[in-house]
Design a protein around this ligand. Structure first.
Ligand code: AVJ
Length: 315
């Protein structure tokens, strides 16, 4: 049974048309990053996580496996694990194996992901209570009464990097309020590093990231009656050191007019739509972000090459 929260009673939709149109009218033009993750986009993202250039996913998994005993010690027994944007919940299995989790609350907008992963986890962890919550985790979510000693949030994958810094702090403050006093939060964040390495991770040789980026336009054509010609746009990803972020853009290769949701948009040649930001953190910036988000950074773990980080924050 999937529990719909108050915030989500109107069937969560990741990107309503008005948000899409607002973004396309803006200067610079943007599109919501949530648009990436239709069925095809989710599969492309899975393929990205296996690319040789994309170190994030495998490095985070290795760190989590490595520090699991320390997490067990820090968090103690009787936990309620709340995952923000759980997706297929693959990384979660490491925590479920190693920690004393009584209840698992995955929050996601995808009913498909929630159902299939709940079934898989109930099969693998017969003593675990799984209570899926169909909701948009970027908004306040009601968790209901707690049946364990400590509430632990889990936000892996470096998705925190999609938020601009003020948005990241605001998200953490909401999470902190949800988890309550004594609550903990396990946060995965990508680290600042050699720009060439960052650039390669978003410009893979096989072109999967380009496909993933362009898929947004296909998605808009299919679900919002847009008429983008995919061969008139190209993928552009760059590292901006001033803002410590990767920016992904879709660039128009000519002057053209596109219709989206019945509205006409005129694009100049080489004008771009900004589709994603992925902020990269240093340890000190991450500690400051935690504080701005009403948490204290209790532990900071990284891999030997300092590519990625897993932090344990405390309310
Ligand atoms: C899932 C947001 C962490 O920013 O690296 C991968 C998404 N975009 N390649 C990231 C993504 C292009 C990814 N996050």
């Amino acid at each position: 049974m999937i529990h719909k929260t108050e915030a989500a009673t109107a069937a969560p939709e990741s990107s309503p048309l008005h948000a899409i149109l607002d973004g396309l009218r803006a200067n610079p033009r943007t599109l919501p990053a949530a648009l990436f993750y239709d069925d095809r986009g989710s599969k492309l993202f899975d393929a990205i996580t296996r690319l040789p250039e994309y170190y994030q996913t495998r490095t985070e998994r290795a760190i989590l496996e490595d520090v699991a005993p320390r997490l067990l010690e820090d968090l103690g027994d009787s936990l309620e694990l709340v995952e923000f944007g759980a997706g297929s919940a693959e990384k979660t299995e490491t925590l479920l194996r190693e920690l004393d989790v009584q209840t698992y609350l995955p929050i996601d907008v995808s009913e498909y992901y929630l159902e299939t992963s709940a079934e898989r986890l109930r099969g693998r962890f017969p003593d675990l209570q799984v209570r899926p919550i169909l909701a948009d985790y970027t908004r306040p979510v009601k968790l209901g009464p707690m049946g364990a000693k400590t509430r632990v949030g889990f936000f892996p994958g470096g998705t925190i990097g999609n938020y601009h810094p003020e948005g990241a702090a605001a998200f953490l403050r909401r999470a902190s309020a949800m988890l309550g006093p004594g609550g903990a939060f396990i946060l995965g964040a990508d680290l600042l590093k050699d720009p060439a390495r960052l650039h390669a991770a978003y410009n893979d040789a096989a072109g999967v990231t380009a496909e993933f980026n362009l898929n947004i336009l296909r998605h808009l054509n299919e679900s919002h009656g847009a008429d983008f010609h995919l061969d008139r746009w190209y993928h552009h990803a760059l590292f901006d050191p001033k803002n410590a972020r990767i920016e992904m853009h879709l660039v128009s290769d000519r002057e053209q007019v596109v219709e989206v949701g019945g509205e006409r948009f005129e694009f100049d040649a080489f004008e771009s739509i900004w589709t994603e930001s992925s902020y990269k953190y240093s340890e000190s910036k991450l500690r400051r972000l935690a504080r701005a988000g009403d948490f204290e950074c209790e532990e900071f773990w990284t891999d030997p090459d300092r590519l990625f980080s897993v932090s344990l924050l405390r309310v």
